[in-house]
Structure formats: structure tokens, C-alpha cells
Design a protein around this ligand. Structure first.
Ligand SMILES: *Cc1c(COP(=O)(O)O)cnc(C)c1O
Length: 352
């Protein structure tokens, strides 16, 4: 046996483990410090009642022989795939068939697993900074990474790669910078991919935070994108499903990859849990939609409070609109660590 030595080229720790370790060390050395965690985020609000009830009902179905079900379709239940199309795509003028929608146990798994479809010799373009899964997955497969820097100088909008990128990970609204792409900017990426026969893996985990009507929610709003893009979405951030685990990936027929992905999923993934798929279906009920909207508004307000607070302290802040993330230039540690932030609880209560 020989190990996959590519795994030795990963950074020692998964990014968020590293942040947790450093935070713990800091707190041990500064037991009185009040630490605001701005590292890995998570949803904090409980799920809307209608979703909880759907899960309870699903559990009860498993308790009786007449309603019990075992393995479901590996690619997800038809009723959920159809609901996704009807609610998330048809209203935007995007036509898809249920065969092009694959239910997952979250976007994180698919973002990594999609790597199975492509030759390891392919180059991968990744935004810098980015969600760590794209980088680690590419390194595990031994692929060459082309970095696309996103900095204040380019307003955190990546330039098209100067060399040919075969696989392109894009994430908009962006985690972590909070940036969004306009229709024209996204069109340039689709055209790049069409010219270069690349594939775009479009992570739209935060599309529900988009408010501006000119910002596309889906890459398929761009002409020709169905030939060159796979879109990955999740109920995690949209509907607070980080613990429930459900997401979906759209692989259009036109990519020529739909049958391959189906084959791969049937072999290596036996489907998302029945209970989580029932929960996901309940997100599309009127009560589900209203509950989710209320929760999203809370997260947006939190981002607004942080932005206002940081701007009051004269920090430069990016993002925060059409995205839950804000990106802020921090003071150089040796220069200015004594800055005192207003109490977040005071600010929150005065705002809400
Ligand atoms: C949270 C997150 C994911 C993963 O979501 P899960 O569906 O919970 O696996 C994927 N992409 C981005 C950018 C995220 O922030």
C-alpha cells in the first residue's frame, strides 16, 4: 500500500480547526479577554415550526409498516427535485428537468466529490481568499491551482485567469468577502469557460441573501451557461440546515456530465436522508418561506450592525449587501490592538 501523498501537501490543519486552536490558545493566555468569534460562522436561529413538523412526521412514518420507507432514489426524491425547479428556477426563467437536479447531504460534499468527474491533469482556478474545500479538494487530487487574487485593489472581483483554467470554482455571493458579480461580470466568466472548454463549479450557497434585482441568483440566468456550469446550492445557509444536512447540485444535460454524475452518485452516495428531504420540501411551503425570510433578515441585520460599528470606528468594510459576510481590513497587530469595540449586546438591543 502507498498513501495518497497529495494529502501531505495540505496545510497542517483544516482552516477552521486552526482558527479554533489559535482562539483556544489565546483565551488560555488571556482568560479575561472578551473574544468575538468572527472565524467559522454558523446559523444560530432555530428552524421554522413547519419544517420541524415535517421532520416529526417523517420520523413517525418510519415507525409504521404501512408508511415505512428504506433506501430512496440515490439522486433524491422526485417531489423534492420538482419543488426545487418550481420554486428556485422556473420563476427566474430557467428551465430544468428533475434529471438535472441531484439532492445531496450538503454542498460541502458535492463541492469535493465533483472532482471525481475530471482528469487530475486539469488545472483549477480558485479565488484567493476562498472557502477551503475548493483548495483542499484540488490538492488531494494533485491538481495544479491557478490563484485568482481578490483584493481591495480589484474591489474583490477576480480577473479572468491569464493561463487556461480547466476547472473554475466561483462562489457568489462570496464567502468570505461578501462580493457579488453583476450579470455582465458573470457573462464574462461564462464566455471564458465556453472559449476555453472549461467547467465552472458555481457555489451559490448564499443566493438567498441577494436583494439587488440586477444581481443574478443562478449562473443559468446567463445565456450559454448550461453548457459550461454546474451549480451547487445548499439549504444550510438559506434555511438554517447546517445540522439537518441537505443541498442540491444542478448538472445540466448540456454539460455532457449529467449521466456521469448520476452514475457516480449511485455508486458512491446512497442518497440524502428521507427526513432531511422532507424537511427541505417544507422550506417551500408558505409558512416555511416566511420563517426562512424572517431568519435571513435577522442575519442581515447582524451584518448591518457589524458594518455600522466597524465604520463608526473608521474601519474599511466590504460586502454585507446581498451577502451575510463582511470583509474588513484589520489593524496591524503590533500597531493597534488596543482599539475598544462597543459592546455588541448594547448595539444589538438598540437596533432591534
Ligand atoms: C457553508 C458553505 C458550504 C457548505 O454547506 P453545506 O451544505 O452545509 O455542506 C458551501 N459553500 C460555501 C461557500 C459555504 O459557505
Amino acid at each position: 500500500m502507498q498513501i495518497n501523498t497529495n494529502l501531505q501537501h495540505l496545510d497542517g490543519n483544516y482552516l477552521f480547526t486552526e482558527i479554533a486552536n489559535r482562539t483556544q490558545e489565546y483565551q488560555q493566555n488571556h482568560p479575561d479577554a472578551r473574544v468575538l468569534h468572527l472565524g467559522i460562522g454558523d446559523v444560530t436561529l432555530p428552524l421554522p415550526q413547519v419544517i420541524i413538523e415535517a421532520m416529526h412526521r417523517a420520523v413517525d412514518e418510519l415507525a409504521h409498516a404501512e408508511t415505512f420507507c428504506g433506501y430512496g432514489p440515490e439522486v433524491g426524491y422526485h417531489w423534492l427535485r420538482q419543488a426545487i425547479i418550481d420554486n428556485d428556477y422556473t420563476p427566474c426563467g430557467i428551465r430544468l428537468t428533475p434529471d438535472e437536479v441531484f439532492i445531496s447531504d450538503g454542498a460541502g460534499s458535492d463541492l469535493g466529490n465533483l472532482s471525481d468527474l475530471f482528469d487530475t491533469a486539469n488545472t483549477v482556478a480558485i479565488l484567493e481568499p476562498s472557502y477551503p474545500a475548493y483548495v483542499d479538494t484540488s490538492r488531494m487530487a494533485g491538481r495544479q491551482i491557478i490563484w485568482l487574487p481578490c483584493k481591495a485593489e480589484n474591489n474583490f472581483h477576480p480577473a479572468l485567469p491569464a493561463q487556461k483554467a480547466d476547472i473554475i470554482y466561483l462562489c457568489f455571493p462570496n464567502n468570505p468577502t461578501g462580493t457579488v458579480l453583476t450579470r455582465d461580470e458573470l457573462t464574462q466568466w461564462v464566455e471564458y469557460a465556453r472559449t476555453n472548454h472549461s467547467i465552472i463549479l458555481y457555489d451559490a450557497a448564499y443566493e438567498a441573501f441577494i436583494e439587488d434585482p440586477d444581481i443574478p441568483h443562478s449562473i443559468y440566468e446567463i445565456d450559454g451557461a448550461k453548457e459550461v456550469a454546474i451549480e451547487i446550492r445548499s439549504f444550510s445557509k438559506t434555511a438554517g440546515f447546517t445540522a439537518v444536512r441537505c443541498g442540491y447540485t444542478v448538472v445540466p444535460e448540456e454539460t455532457g456530465l449529467q449521466a456521469m454524475w448520476s452514475r457516480r452518485q449511485c455508486t458512491k452516495f446512497n442518497g440524502a436522508s428521507y427526513i432531511s428531504q422532507r424537511a427541505a420540501l417544507a422550506t417551500y411551503t408558505p409558512e416555511g418561506k416566511a420563517g426562512i425570510r424572517a431568519n435571513l433578515n435577522y442575519y442581515k441585520q447582524t451584518a448591518q450592525i457589524l458594518m455600522d460599528g466597524l465604520r463608526t470606528l473608521e474601519y474599511t468594510v466590504y460586502g454585507g449587501q446581498n451577502a451575510p459576510y463582511i470583509w474588513c481590513r484589520v489593524p496591524t497587530p503590533d500597531k493597534d490592538l488596543s482599539v475598544s469595540l462597543p459592546s455588541p449586546t448594547e448595539k444589538m438591543s438598540s437596533k432591534q
